[in-house]
Design a protein around this ligand. Structure first.
Ligand SMILES: Nc1ncnc2c1ncn2[C@@H]1O[C@H](COP(=O)(O)OP(=O)(O)OP(=O)(O)O)[C@@H](O)[C@H]1O
Length: 343
Protein backbone atom coordinates (compact mmCIF):
# COMPACT_ATOMS: atom_id res chain seq x y z
CA UNK A 1 0.00 0.00 0.00
CA UNK A 2 1.44 3.33 -1.05
CA UNK A 3 0.52 6.99 -0.72
CA UNK A 4 2.20 9.86 -2.48
CA UNK A 5 0.53 13.14 -1.72
CA UNK A 6 -0.04 15.42 -4.64
CA UNK A 7 2.00 18.53 -4.04
CA UNK A 8 5.48 19.63 -5.03
CA UNK A 9 6.57 19.73 -1.40
CA UNK A 10 5.08 16.33 -0.64
CA UNK A 11 6.73 14.87 -3.74
CA UNK A 12 10.11 16.21 -2.61
CA UNK A 13 9.72 14.43 0.74
CA UNK A 14 9.03 11.06 -0.90
CA UNK A 15 6.02 8.81 -0.35
CA UNK A 16 4.11 9.40 2.90
CA UNK A 17 3.52 5.65 2.97
CA UNK A 18 6.11 3.74 1.01
CA UNK A 19 4.82 0.28 0.14
CA UNK A 20 3.59 -0.80 3.55
CA UNK A 21 2.04 -4.23 3.94
CA UNK A 22 0.16 -4.85 7.16
CA UNK A 23 -2.31 -7.45 8.42
CA UNK A 24 -4.59 -6.72 11.33
CA UNK A 25 -5.76 -9.90 13.03
CA UNK A 26 -9.37 -10.37 14.07
CA UNK A 27 -10.01 -9.17 17.61
CA UNK A 28 -6.60 -7.65 18.16
CA UNK A 29 -5.55 -4.12 19.06
CA UNK A 30 -2.76 -3.20 16.67
CA UNK A 31 -1.07 0.05 17.60
CA UNK A 32 0.95 2.11 15.13
CA UNK A 33 3.51 4.25 16.88
CA UNK A 34 6.31 6.42 15.56
CA UNK A 35 7.60 9.96 15.24
CA UNK A 36 5.58 12.84 13.85
CA UNK A 37 5.18 12.69 10.09
CA UNK A 38 6.16 9.02 9.71
CA UNK A 39 2.85 8.19 8.01
CA UNK A 40 0.73 6.75 10.83
CA UNK A 41 -2.41 8.78 10.15
CA UNK A 42 -2.10 8.36 6.40
CA UNK A 43 -1.93 4.59 6.89
CA UNK A 44 -4.97 4.62 9.15
CA UNK A 45 -6.97 6.85 6.83
CA UNK A 46 -6.25 4.67 3.85
CA UNK A 47 -7.93 1.82 5.71
CA UNK A 48 -11.29 3.63 5.47
CA UNK A 49 -10.34 5.53 2.31
CA UNK A 50 -10.48 8.99 3.83
CA UNK A 51 -7.16 9.05 2.01
CA UNK A 52 -7.18 7.25 -1.33
CA UNK A 53 -4.12 5.07 -1.83
CA UNK A 54 -1.86 5.83 -4.77
CA UNK A 55 -1.47 2.09 -5.24
CA UNK A 56 -2.13 -1.11 -3.35
CA UNK A 57 -5.21 -2.82 -1.99
CA UNK A 58 -7.33 -2.79 1.15
CA UNK A 59 -8.98 -6.01 2.24
CA UNK A 60 -11.74 -6.01 4.84
CA UNK A 61 -12.74 -9.44 6.10
CA UNK A 62 -11.23 -10.91 2.95
CA UNK A 63 -13.18 -8.56 0.65
CA UNK A 64 -11.29 -6.16 -1.59
CA UNK A 65 -12.72 -2.75 -0.67
CA UNK A 66 -10.18 -0.64 -2.55
CA UNK A 67 -12.75 0.45 -5.12
CA UNK A 68 -16.14 0.07 -3.41
CA UNK A 69 -18.14 3.20 -2.58
CA UNK A 70 -16.01 5.00 0.04
CA UNK A 71 -18.98 6.45 1.93
CA UNK A 72 -20.57 3.03 2.26
CA UNK A 73 -17.21 1.63 3.39
CA UNK A 74 -16.90 4.27 6.13
CA UNK A 75 -20.25 3.20 7.55
CA UNK A 76 -18.78 -0.26 8.05
CA UNK A 77 -15.60 0.95 9.73
CA UNK A 78 -15.67 2.82 13.05
CA UNK A 79 -13.45 5.87 13.25
CA UNK A 80 -12.46 7.82 16.36
CA UNK A 81 -10.21 10.88 16.27
CA UNK A 82 -8.60 13.14 18.85
CA UNK A 83 -11.10 15.98 18.62
CA UNK A 84 -14.01 13.61 18.38
CA UNK A 85 -15.87 15.64 15.77
CA UNK A 86 -19.28 15.35 17.44
CA UNK A 87 -22.07 17.35 15.84
CA UNK A 88 -22.39 20.35 18.20
CA UNK A 89 -26.09 20.97 17.60
CA UNK A 90 -27.13 17.38 18.12
CA UNK A 91 -27.60 15.71 21.47
CA UNK A 92 -25.42 12.88 22.70
CA UNK A 93 -28.13 10.39 21.72
CA UNK A 94 -28.50 11.88 18.24
CA UNK A 95 -24.75 11.81 17.76
CA UNK A 96 -24.51 8.15 18.70
CA UNK A 97 -27.50 7.40 16.44
CA UNK A 98 -25.83 8.92 13.36
CA UNK A 99 -24.82 5.74 11.53
CA UNK A 100 -27.79 3.59 12.61
CA UNK A 101 -30.11 6.25 11.16
CA UNK A 102 -28.04 6.51 7.97
CA UNK A 103 -28.22 2.80 7.40
CA UNK A 104 -31.96 2.81 8.02
CA UNK A 105 -32.48 1.32 11.47
CA UNK A 106 -35.92 2.10 12.87
CA UNK A 107 -36.40 4.44 15.81
CA UNK A 108 -36.92 1.74 18.40
CA UNK A 109 -33.89 -0.34 17.50
CA UNK A 110 -31.76 2.80 17.32
CA UNK A 111 -32.93 4.09 20.69
CA UNK A 112 -32.23 0.84 22.47
CA UNK A 113 -28.79 0.58 20.84
CA UNK A 114 -27.98 4.14 21.92
CA UNK A 115 -28.87 3.35 25.54
CA UNK A 116 -26.85 0.16 25.42
CA UNK A 117 -23.79 1.94 24.03
CA UNK A 118 -23.93 4.85 26.44
CA UNK A 119 -24.05 2.38 29.31
CA UNK A 120 -21.14 0.46 27.77
CA UNK A 121 -18.91 3.56 27.70
CA UNK A 122 -19.90 4.50 31.25
CA UNK A 123 -22.34 7.33 30.52
CA UNK A 124 -25.66 6.76 32.22
CA UNK A 125 -28.25 7.23 29.44
CA UNK A 126 -30.78 9.04 31.64
CA UNK A 127 -28.19 11.65 32.57
CA UNK A 128 -26.35 12.08 29.28
CA UNK A 129 -28.58 11.22 26.32
CA UNK A 130 -30.15 14.67 26.03
CA UNK A 131 -27.07 16.74 26.67
CA UNK A 132 -25.17 18.60 23.96
CA UNK A 133 -21.44 18.13 23.37
CA UNK A 134 -20.55 21.50 24.93
CA UNK A 135 -22.11 20.29 28.19
CA UNK A 136 -19.58 17.45 28.48
CA UNK A 137 -15.98 17.16 29.66
CA UNK A 138 -13.27 16.21 27.17
CA UNK A 139 -13.22 12.63 28.46
CA UNK A 140 -17.01 12.35 28.24
CA UNK A 141 -16.94 13.65 24.68
CA UNK A 142 -14.33 11.03 23.86
CA UNK A 143 -16.59 8.32 25.28
CA UNK A 144 -19.44 9.54 23.10
CA UNK A 145 -17.05 9.36 20.15
CA UNK A 146 -16.28 5.74 20.96
CA UNK A 147 -19.99 4.92 21.42
CA UNK A 148 -20.80 6.55 18.08
CA UNK A 149 -18.04 4.63 16.32
CA UNK A 150 -19.29 1.32 17.75
CA UNK A 151 -22.96 1.97 17.00
CA UNK A 152 -23.48 -0.53 14.21
CA UNK A 153 -20.97 -3.01 15.61
CA UNK A 154 -18.32 -2.47 12.93
CA UNK A 155 -15.79 -5.25 12.37
CA UNK A 156 -12.96 -2.74 12.56
CA UNK A 157 -12.41 0.37 14.63
CA UNK A 158 -9.79 2.91 13.55
CA UNK A 159 -8.57 5.26 16.27
CA UNK A 160 -6.27 8.23 15.62
CA UNK A 161 -4.76 9.59 18.85
CA UNK A 162 -8.14 8.92 20.47
CA UNK A 163 -7.10 10.01 23.96
CA UNK A 164 -4.78 12.80 22.88
CA UNK A 165 -7.01 15.66 23.99
CA UNK A 166 -7.56 14.30 27.50
CA UNK A 167 -5.40 15.13 30.55
CA UNK A 168 -2.95 12.42 31.71
CA UNK A 169 -5.09 11.07 34.56
CA UNK A 170 -8.27 10.99 32.50
CA UNK A 171 -6.27 9.45 29.75
CA UNK A 172 -5.15 6.49 31.85
CA UNK A 173 -8.72 5.93 32.95
CA UNK A 174 -10.06 6.10 29.40
CA UNK A 175 -7.36 3.72 28.19
CA UNK A 176 -8.26 1.18 30.86
CA UNK A 177 -11.95 1.56 30.15
CA UNK A 178 -11.47 1.29 26.45
CA UNK A 179 -9.46 -1.91 26.97
CA UNK A 180 -12.43 -3.33 28.91
CA UNK A 181 -14.89 -2.31 26.18
CA UNK A 182 -12.68 -3.77 23.48
CA UNK A 183 -12.47 -7.09 25.32
CA UNK A 184 -16.23 -7.04 25.77
CA UNK A 185 -17.17 -6.32 22.16
CA UNK A 186 -14.14 -8.00 20.57
CA UNK A 187 -13.77 -5.40 17.83
CA UNK A 188 -10.57 -5.38 15.80
CA UNK A 189 -8.78 -2.11 16.46
CA UNK A 190 -6.05 -0.21 14.63
CA UNK A 191 -4.90 2.66 16.82
CA UNK A 192 -2.41 5.43 16.07
CA UNK A 193 -0.40 7.18 18.75
CA UNK A 194 2.95 8.90 19.13
CA UNK A 195 3.04 7.86 22.80
CA UNK A 196 5.04 4.66 23.35
CA UNK A 197 3.51 4.22 26.82
CA UNK A 198 0.03 4.29 25.35
CA UNK A 199 1.19 1.86 22.66
CA UNK A 200 2.55 -0.76 25.04
CA UNK A 201 -0.38 -0.39 27.42
CA UNK A 202 -3.11 -0.77 24.80
CA UNK A 203 -1.68 -3.10 22.18
CA UNK A 204 -1.74 -6.79 21.52
CA UNK A 205 0.86 -5.97 18.87
CA UNK A 206 2.79 -2.79 18.27
CA UNK A 207 4.08 -1.64 14.87
CA UNK A 208 6.88 0.87 15.30
CA UNK A 209 7.06 2.95 12.13
CA UNK A 210 9.68 5.29 10.77
CA UNK A 211 9.49 7.72 7.86
CA UNK A 212 7.46 6.47 4.92
CA UNK A 213 5.59 4.13 7.31
CA UNK A 214 8.53 1.75 7.14
CA UNK A 215 8.05 -0.99 9.76
CA UNK A 216 10.97 -0.97 12.19
CA UNK A 217 9.46 -3.71 14.34
CA UNK A 218 6.11 -5.45 14.63
CA UNK A 219 5.84 -7.45 17.84
CA UNK A 220 4.19 -7.84 21.24
CA UNK A 221 4.60 -4.87 23.62
CA UNK A 222 6.95 -6.91 25.78
CA UNK A 223 9.18 -7.80 22.83
CA UNK A 224 9.26 -4.19 21.65
CA UNK A 225 10.38 -2.97 25.07
CA UNK A 226 12.62 -5.90 26.00
CA UNK A 227 14.23 -6.52 22.62
CA UNK A 228 14.13 -3.48 20.35
CA UNK A 229 14.99 -4.70 16.85
CA UNK A 230 16.54 -1.46 15.57
CA UNK A 231 18.14 1.71 16.89
CA UNK A 232 14.97 3.63 16.07
CA UNK A 233 12.90 1.32 18.30
CA UNK A 234 15.54 1.48 21.04
CA UNK A 235 15.42 5.30 20.86
CA UNK A 236 11.65 5.31 21.10
CA UNK A 237 11.59 2.90 24.03
CA UNK A 238 14.70 4.58 25.52
CA UNK A 239 14.05 6.44 28.73
CA UNK A 240 11.77 4.61 31.12
CA UNK A 241 12.47 1.25 29.52
CA UNK A 242 13.05 -0.52 32.83
CA UNK A 243 9.86 0.94 34.30
CA UNK A 244 7.95 -0.35 31.28
CA UNK A 245 9.55 -3.76 31.61
CA UNK A 246 8.50 -3.89 35.25
CA UNK A 247 4.91 -3.28 34.15
CA UNK A 248 4.97 -5.72 31.20
CA UNK A 249 7.19 -8.51 32.52
CA UNK A 250 5.77 -11.31 34.65
CA UNK A 251 7.32 -13.52 37.28
CA UNK A 252 8.17 -16.87 35.70
CA UNK A 253 9.07 -20.22 37.24
CA UNK A 254 12.59 -19.76 35.87
CA UNK A 255 13.06 -16.73 38.14
CA UNK A 256 12.32 -18.52 41.41
CA UNK A 257 14.60 -19.69 44.17
CA UNK A 258 13.69 -22.63 46.41
CA UNK A 259 10.99 -21.90 48.99
CA UNK A 260 12.64 -20.13 51.94
CA UNK A 261 11.78 -21.24 55.43
CA UNK A 262 11.68 -17.70 56.81
CA UNK A 263 9.50 -16.27 54.02
CA UNK A 264 6.84 -14.52 56.00
CA UNK A 265 3.68 -12.80 54.81
CA UNK A 266 1.29 -13.42 51.95
CA UNK A 267 3.90 -13.39 49.22
CA UNK A 268 3.25 -12.85 45.54
CA UNK A 269 1.55 -14.94 42.85
CA UNK A 270 3.47 -16.70 40.13
CA UNK A 271 2.84 -14.59 37.03
CA UNK A 272 2.64 -11.34 39.01
CA UNK A 273 3.86 -8.13 37.39
CA UNK A 274 7.55 -7.67 38.17
CA UNK A 275 6.80 -4.17 39.44
CA UNK A 276 4.43 -5.65 42.02
CA UNK A 277 7.08 -8.18 43.02
CA UNK A 278 9.57 -5.38 43.56
CA UNK A 279 6.97 -3.43 45.53
CA UNK A 280 6.66 -6.37 47.95
CA UNK A 281 10.27 -5.72 48.97
CA UNK A 282 9.90 -1.98 49.18
CA UNK A 283 6.79 -2.05 51.34
CA UNK A 284 7.54 -5.25 53.26
CA UNK A 285 11.20 -4.59 54.12
CA UNK A 286 12.00 -8.26 53.48
CA UNK A 287 14.93 -10.03 51.84
CA UNK A 288 12.86 -12.90 50.46
CA UNK A 289 9.18 -13.28 49.58
CA UNK A 290 7.29 -16.55 49.06
CA UNK A 291 5.75 -17.17 45.65
CA UNK A 292 2.39 -18.89 45.43
CA UNK A 293 0.50 -20.64 42.72
CA UNK A 294 -3.02 -20.70 44.06
CA UNK A 295 -2.60 -21.79 47.66
CA UNK A 296 0.69 -23.67 47.11
CA UNK A 297 4.07 -22.09 47.80
CA UNK A 298 6.18 -22.89 44.73
CA UNK A 299 9.34 -20.94 45.53
CA UNK A 300 10.65 -17.62 46.72
CA UNK A 301 12.04 -14.44 45.21
CA UNK A 302 14.65 -11.92 46.25
CA UNK A 303 15.46 -8.55 44.68
CA UNK A 304 18.19 -10.42 42.78
CA UNK A 305 15.49 -12.64 41.21
CA UNK A 306 13.75 -9.56 39.85
CA UNK A 307 17.01 -8.49 38.23
CA UNK A 308 17.38 -11.98 36.84
CA UNK A 309 13.88 -11.79 35.42
CA UNK A 310 14.66 -8.45 33.76
CA UNK A 311 17.76 -10.01 32.21
CA UNK A 312 15.75 -13.01 31.06
CA UNK A 313 13.31 -10.69 29.34
CA UNK A 314 16.02 -8.74 27.57
CA UNK A 315 17.88 -11.86 26.42
CA UNK A 316 18.12 -12.33 22.68
CA UNK A 317 15.84 -15.35 22.59
CA UNK A 318 12.30 -14.20 21.74
CA UNK A 319 9.85 -14.48 24.57
CA UNK A 320 7.48 -17.34 23.88
CA UNK A 321 5.04 -16.43 26.61
CA UNK A 322 4.61 -12.89 25.25
CA UNK A 323 1.16 -13.42 23.80
CA UNK A 324 -0.25 -14.72 27.09
CA UNK A 325 1.35 -11.89 29.01
CA UNK A 326 -0.21 -9.16 26.95
CA UNK A 327 -3.67 -10.10 28.15
CA UNK A 328 -6.56 -10.42 25.74
CA UNK A 329 -4.61 -11.44 22.69
CA UNK A 330 -6.14 -12.56 19.44
CA UNK A 331 -8.12 -15.72 19.76
CA UNK A 332 -6.95 -19.04 18.54
CA UNK A 333 -7.21 -19.68 14.83
CA UNK A 334 -7.31 -15.94 14.29
CA UNK A 335 -4.85 -15.94 11.46
CA UNK A 336 -7.30 -14.81 8.84
CA UNK A 337 -6.70 -11.06 8.63
CA UNK A 338 -9.63 -8.67 8.99
CA UNK A 339 -8.05 -5.63 7.47
CA UNK A 340 -5.06 -5.90 5.22
CA UNK A 341 -3.11 -3.28 3.42
CA UNK A 342 -0.90 -5.25 1.06
CA UNK A 343 1.45 -3.13 -0.98
N1 LIG B 1 -2.94 16.16 2.84
C1 LIG B 1 -1.62 16.11 2.73
N2 LIG B 1 -0.96 16.70 1.70
C2 LIG B 1 0.38 16.64 1.56
N3 LIG B 1 1.18 16.00 2.46
C3 LIG B 1 0.61 15.41 3.52
C4 LIG B 1 -0.82 15.43 3.72
N4 LIG B 1 -1.11 14.75 4.86
C5 LIG B 1 0.07 14.33 5.36
N5 LIG B 1 1.09 14.71 4.55
C6 LIG B 1 2.52 14.40 4.74
O1 LIG B 1 2.68 12.99 4.74
C7 LIG B 1 3.61 12.57 5.74
C8 LIG B 1 2.94 11.62 6.71
O2 LIG B 1 1.91 12.32 7.42
P1 LIG B 1 0.98 11.63 8.51
O3 LIG B 1 -0.02 12.64 8.95
O4 LIG B 1 0.50 10.36 7.97
O5 LIG B 1 2.05 11.36 9.66
P2 LIG B 1 1.82 10.96 11.19
O6 LIG B 1 2.84 9.92 11.47
O7 LIG B 1 0.40 10.63 11.43
O8 LIG B 1 2.22 12.31 11.92
P3 LIG B 1 1.65 12.98 13.28
O9 LIG B 1 2.06 12.07 14.40
O10 LIG B 1 2.39 14.29 13.32
O11 LIG B 1 0.17 13.13 13.11
C9 LIG B 1 4.12 13.85 6.37
O12 LIG B 1 5.33 14.21 5.75
C10 LIG B 1 3.04 14.86 6.08
O13 LIG B 1 3.57 16.16 6.00
Amino acid sequence: MRKEYDSARAAARGAAVDDLSLDVRPGEVLVLVGPSGCGKSTTLRMANRLVEPTSGRILLEGEDVTHVDAVALRRRVGYVIQHVGLFPHRTVAQNVATVPRLVGWDRKRTASRVDELLALVGLEPARYARRYPHELSGGERQRVGVARALATDPPVLLMDEPFGAVDPVGRRRLQAEFARIQREVGTTVMLVTHDIDEAVRMADRVAVLSRGAHIEQLASPLDIVARPATDAVADLVGRGRIARLLALGRLDRADLDAPASGGAGDGVELGAELGDVLAAFVTGDRASVPVREGSTVVGSVTPASVLRALRRLTDDAPDTTGAAETGAGPTEGADEPVGTLPS
